[in-house]
Design a protein around this ligand. Structure first.
Ligand code: DGL
Length: 245
């Protein structure tokens, strides 16, 4: 099976890391729209237009399945992308909610959703959790973490100050939905900040669980062949991939 992974930039490599670790595919084609990242502060129509343009890129490859690693794209563009492609396009929001449900939390446990402005405004995670009966949800736009991660800042004073800025007034969460591709990279810092050690829901691990539950996938013997493309500075993205992966 050959799959595509689409993200607004480099963050989707956190999803690729999980896909590689579970070894379910022969080939992974990654495309990061580095020329136009970030998508999180943009309007719905722009996010949909950029996502449909990314599909044109994947038309160059004979893929069986496309995963939109980007939560912002997953929140807005899946119906349009599925309507215009002849392979399934899967997002990461439904898998994230499923992973949280599998953790069997109490319905009144506090769940923190951290995501970009667009994802939070879409209320996609919130509505799905409410539908499942969750009553204690905190939604936070935490877009400042995106450029920090892009700069390779995974700990230190700047990150601590940003965590204080966002979290000093909130109830300690029992679980955190890392509703943005970049946030798994600050997972350790979040666990240091929240001493109660909340459960972290990671889009990459969630999509792997989701794929295993829905598709008849065999674990491959050889590691997947990964090809990385970008709309700008592909060498820079490949360098980040060397470090992250
Ligand atoms: N990939 C985006 C997401 O997961 C984060 C970066 C951006 O704003 O484009 O929502």
């Amino acid at each position: 099976m050959k799959i595509g992974v689409f993200d607004s930039g480099a963050g989707g490599l956190s999803v690729v890391k999980s896909l590689l670790a579970h070894n379910l595919f022969d080939e992974i084609i990654y495309y990061g729209d580095t020329a136009r990242v970030p998508y999180g502060p943009k309007d719905q129509n722009t996010i949909i237009r950029y996502s449909l343009e990314a599909l044109e890129f994947f038309n160059n490859f004979d893929i069986d399945l496309l995963i939109t690693a980007c939560n912002t794209v997953s929140a807005y563009a899946l119906p349009e992308m599925n309507a215009q492609s002849n392979y399934p396009v899967l997002g990461v929001i439904e898998p994230g909610v499923m992973a949280l449900e599998n953790a069997s939390l109490r319905k009144d446990d506090n769940i923190l959703i951290m995501a970009t402005r667009a994802t939070i405004n879409s209320k996609r995670y919130e509505k799905a959790l409410e539908k499942l009966g969750h009553t204690n949800i905190t939604s936070l736009q935490t877009g400042l973490f995106v450029p920090l991660v892009e700069e390779g800042i995974f700990n230190g004073k700047l990150l601590d100050a940003t965590m204080n800025h966002y979290f000093s007034d909130i109830e300690k969460p029992k679980a955190i939905i890392l509703g943005c591709t970049h946030f798994p990279l600050i997972g350790n810092a979040l666990l240091r900040y929240f001493e109660n050690k909340p459960l972290l829901i990671h889009s990459g691990e969630a999509i792997v669980q989701y794929l295993e539950a829905r598709y008849d996938l065999e674990v491959k013997e050889d590691e997947a062949n990964l090809k990385i493309f970008a709309s700008d500075n592909v060498a820079g993205l490949r360098k980040i991939a060397d470090t992250w992966l």
